[in-house]
Design a protein around this ligand. Structure first.
Ligand code: AMP
Ligand code: MG
Length: 418
């Protein structure tokens, strides 16, 4: 039987992960594939935007100097969006214009059709018009040469919109990490495949890990659960190593006789960076590298696997994509009661959150057993307790990593728990 040679602290483990992770190469990806990735370079405006003065409404372009209430105008041309008028506007004249249409020469304002006698060859003004009214000026949004998006910005719908207005069809980003996920354990059956025989359970980890990887912005693929048989394990892990930037296994990484994952990985050329972390839930976690491929061996207990992913794998994926500080909000939380901890070990405790007059109140989701999958659906955050304390007293604050950002928008007293 193997034993852990040396357990390290959570902080030390995370530091070693970060030290061993590089940003992935920069690629120009199509706009529609850029969501969730991080800009690798500043993006500059290529021209003033909007590129021309245009109308904000449907109505008539005219000279504001002529535009007293009651005045009648002759309509001499039209300017729908995309087709500028051929004529310009003279005294007592107007050009029919629609939202986005180019403001014709001579005109300096647009009157909404609602403020006239209506559409026709001529119209009467029902309201006077001020200079510049309903005109969107060229360059009022962005100016040519201005940095519109900074390197390091995570790309979401708004960033995509802004880049598109400037004609960028592709964006320079660190490419999406390729994650291959592999569950190990002879007891595992793929959900949906068949009913369980005695002693079997369904493989939940590989699906959970895949979802977590995708949520972080990675490209994920799962390899069917490998058994604890040494040859099967070797073939599966080799296949994973040959096709991934990051390999994430679950199970078989502890000190039992059937725990062959670590040994198989090292036989296949993975160099161990650490094995064993003074941290609950997830002590047996393994991390290693084979050339540029990062390899995480997560414990099999579903809660441990998900928490270890959150604390170690997600930060690594973020760093690869160009966000070394991650993107999970961190907040201070307090408990209503004392919470114990074994000194020297950090507990990442699953908690629900509630906004109160005093700040964010955390409450344990219930039993913290590492096999209790149902508890995960109630966890809003991981409260980080210890390692250098025997717990927290009621009212004292600790840091928490927020897993569900939506909860931060809750109003005081709007929590689901009381
Ligand atoms: P292990 O780390 O392999 O000793 O597994 C620890 C516990 O987690 C055992 O009860 C396993 O049956 C369970 N387990 C391992 N892998 C999975 C998985 N992919 N899905 C659900 N439970 C698992
Ligand atoms: Mg196992």
């Amino acid at each position: 039987m193997q034993l852990f040679e040396k357990l390290i602290d959570h902080d030390e483990a995370l530091r070693r992960v970060q030290e061993n992770i590089d940003r992935l190469p920069v690629e120009a990806v199509p706009l529609e594939a850029a969501q969730g990735l991080v800009l690798a370079e500043d993006l500059e405006a290529r021209f003033d935007s909007p590129p021309f003065d245009n109308s904000a409404v449907d109505g008539y372009a005219l000279r504001s100097a002529d535009a007293a209430k009651g005045r009648v105008f002759q309509v001499v041309d039209e300017a729908p969006a995309g087709r500028p008028a051929e004529k310009s506007v003279g005294p007592g004249e107007a050009i029919k214009i629609f939202t986005g249409g180019v403001i014709p020469g001579g005109a300096d304002a647009v009157v909404m059709v609602e403020n006239t006698s209506g559409w026709g060859k001529e119209f009467e003004l029902k309201k006077s018009v001020t200079p510049g009214q309903n005109v969107r000026l060229s360059g009022e949004d962005v100016r040519r040469g201005e940095v519109i998006l900074d390197a390091g910005t995570k790309i979401g719908p708004s960033e995509i919109a802004l880049a598109a207005t400037q004609g960028y069809g592709r964006l320079p980003v660190h490419r999406r990490p390729k994650v291959v996920v592999l569950s190990t354990g002879t007891e595992l059956v793929t959900p949906g495949e068949r009913d369980l025989l005695p002693g079997e359970i369904y493989d939940s980890n590989s699906f959970a890990t895949l979802a977590q990887a995708r949520e972080a912005g990675a490209e994920g693929r799962r390899i069917s659960a490998a058994s604890d048989d040494a040859d099967t394990l070797r073939d599966s892990i080799r296949e994973a190593l040959d096709s991934a930037d990051v390999v994430v296994t679950s199970g078989g990484v502890s000190v039992g006789e059937k725990d062959l994952v670590k040994g198989t990985m090292t036989d296949l050329g993975v160099e161990q960076v650490f094995w064993g972390v003074k941290f609950k839930p997830g002590k047996p976690m393994f991390f290693g590298k084979r050339k540029d491929v990062a390899v995480f061996g997560l414990p099999g207990n579903p809660v441990s696997a998900m928490v270890c992913f959150e604390l170690f794998v997600r930060p690594a994926l973020m760093a690869m994509m160009g966000l070394p500080d991650g993107d999970r909000p961190r907040i201070q939380v307090y408990f209503d009661e004392d919470v114990g901890n074994r000194f020297g070990r950090m507990h990442a405790m699953r908690v629900s959150l509630e906004k109160t007059e005093r700040g964010w109140r955390a409450k344990s989701v219930g039993a913290q057993g590492s096999g209790l999958v149902s508890s995960l659906t109630r966890a809003d955050a991981l409260a980080l307790i210890g390692p250098e304390s025997e717990g927290v007293l009621a009212g004292e604050t600790v840091e928490a990593i927020v897993l569900r950002e939506g909860v931060l928008r809750a109003k005081p007293g709007a929590g689901t728990e009381s």
